[in-house]
Design a protein around this ligand. Structure first.
Ligand code: FAD
Ligand code: DHB
Length: 394
């Protein structure tokens, strides 16, 4: 097989990139290790920045998102039992975020790719990268996990295969510098069939740990609680989860958390991670393959969308003019934005979670930080402009 850009991974990064390239008349093939049903059914992110929504609309894949997405102009930060609204719309000059689940984004993108003749090969196995520092890099894989070995010869490879994929290790270790921070806690997330308990997201700092009230649609709500990094979901009965949520989200203004049947629950670990460079020869990493943020700032999917816009522009310039300057600057351009999102996600995580390694001094600093960001206009603007998403800089 031969294509211009071989894409490994059909997550948000790979699918967005493939469709952006298609719109510029550039060929790509996506290979994905999971089935279509699996990628369309995995519950992950929920909050899209304005820039991600604009991108979906410009690409012509935003119709359902505009119809079913929930537009939020503010968030609440709750601590010491009192809620403080950050009015993002007013503080950022009219911006908002959109709550629309990641797996719905995936469904819209898969459908758009297949409708326009795009090639996505699902459920492949034994994926490996070859000759990435030559003019004709190759991807090898097996059809249907155990079938025949295939080879795709490409001009470029986009490694969009998430944190555990084979693309990042294809950059020699001597070239890669990796930065990492592991947090001593994780998030237990649930989906419940219940009406919303509040009109906007609530991020709560509580002595027993962080809690987040989010939503999916008028019938389904998404909630998270901080748990120990090593905890196991079998330790969490539905009753225990609700008791913890009631305690941590309690407020002095009469807020009532509405319960419903829990139909999905799981625990995720939390880390910050950056790989520098994000490219080597003709291999380019995008999204979680290159960087991870803890989920508290809702930045992961949005960063993936930002990376692939930079990459698509570089590839477009190469195919139209033969010039590689933009591709050569890929890491530099992406990492400026990535590091700012890393900072914001670390800041939100540190400010909102109860860290048992912290001293009483550090705990009081945390509460002072919350008091500051909710009472100083300058600090509120800073939080709001990061939450709605910093501008793209090419
Ligand atoms: P992925 O989505 O991980 O996609 C990579 C794809 O590559 C996968 O489909 C995988 O199956 C495939 N793959 C892996 N290995 C191979 C291989 N060997 N061969 C072929 N294919 C392979 N982000 C936000 O922006 N907002 C949020 O509100 C938010 N909330 C989150 C909440 C939770 C609970 C979690 C877990 C994450 C959240 N995120 C959020 C982060 C977001 O989900 C990720 O950052 C996003 O999925 C990254 O997209 P990606 O395409 O880079 O990687
Ligand atoms: C959701 C996830 C986040 O990480 C966040 O900060 C807000 C909302 C969600 O899944 O709804």
């Amino acid at each position: 097989m031969r294509t211009q850009v071989g894409i490994i991974g059909a997550g948000p990064a790979g699918l967005l990139l493939s469709h952006l390239l298609y719109l510029q008349g550039i060929d790509s093939i996506i290979i994905e290790s999971r089935t279509r049903e699996e990628i369309e059914g995995t519950i992950r992110a929920g909050v899209l920045e304005q820039g991600t929504v604009d991108l979906m609309n410009q690409m012509g894949v935003g119709a359902r998102l505009m119809k079913e997405g929930l537009f939020h102009e503010g968030i609440e930060l709750r601590f010491n039992g009192i809620g403080h609204r950050i009015n993002m719309h007013e503080l950022t000059g009219g911006k908002h975020v959109t709550v629309y689940p990641q797996h719905e984004v995936i469904k819209d993108l898969v459908e758009a790719r297949l409708k326009t003749g795009g090639q996505i090969h699902f459920h492949v196995g034994d994926v490996s990268l070859h000759d990435v520092d030559t003019a004709s890099p190759k991807i090898r894989f097996r059809w249907d996990k155990e079938g025949d070995i295939q080879e795709i010869v490409c001009d470029y490879i986009a490694g969009c295969d998430g944190f555990h994929g084979p693309s990042r290790p294809a950059i020699p270790q001597s070239v890669r510098k990796e930065y990492q921070k592991i947090y001593p806690f994780g998030w237990l997330g649930i989906l419940t069939e219940a009406p919303p308990s509040a009109p906007e997201l609530i991020y709560a700092n509580h002595d027993r740990g962080f809690a987040l009230l989010s939503t999916r649609n008028p019938q389904v709500q998404r909630l998270y609680i901080q748990v120990d990094a090593a905890d196991n979901i079998v330790n969490w009965s539905d009753d225990r989860i609700w008791t913890e949520l009631h305690t941590r989200l309690e407020s002095k203004d009469g807020f009532k958390l509405i319960e419903g049947p829990i139909f999905q629950k799981g625990i995720i670990s939390m880390k910050s991670f950056v790989c520098d460079p994000m490219q080597y020869g003709r291999l380019f990493l995008a999204g979680d393959a290159a960087h991870i943020v803890p989920p508290t700032g809702a930045k992961g999917l949005n960063l993936a969308a930002a990376d692939v816009q930079v990459l698509a522009r570089g590839l477009e310039a190469f195919y139209k003019t033969g010039k590689t300057e933009m591709l050569e600057r890929y890491t530099e351009v992406c990492l400026r934005r990535v590091w700012k999102a890393e900072r914001f996600s670390w800041f939100m995580t540190t400010m909102l979670h109860r860290n048992h390694q912290h001293t009483p001094f550090e705990h009081r600093i945390q509460l002072a930080e919350l008091d500051y960001v909710t009472s100083s206009r300058a600090a509120s603007i800073s939080l709001a402009e990061n939450y709605v998403g910093l501008p793209m800089e090419f």
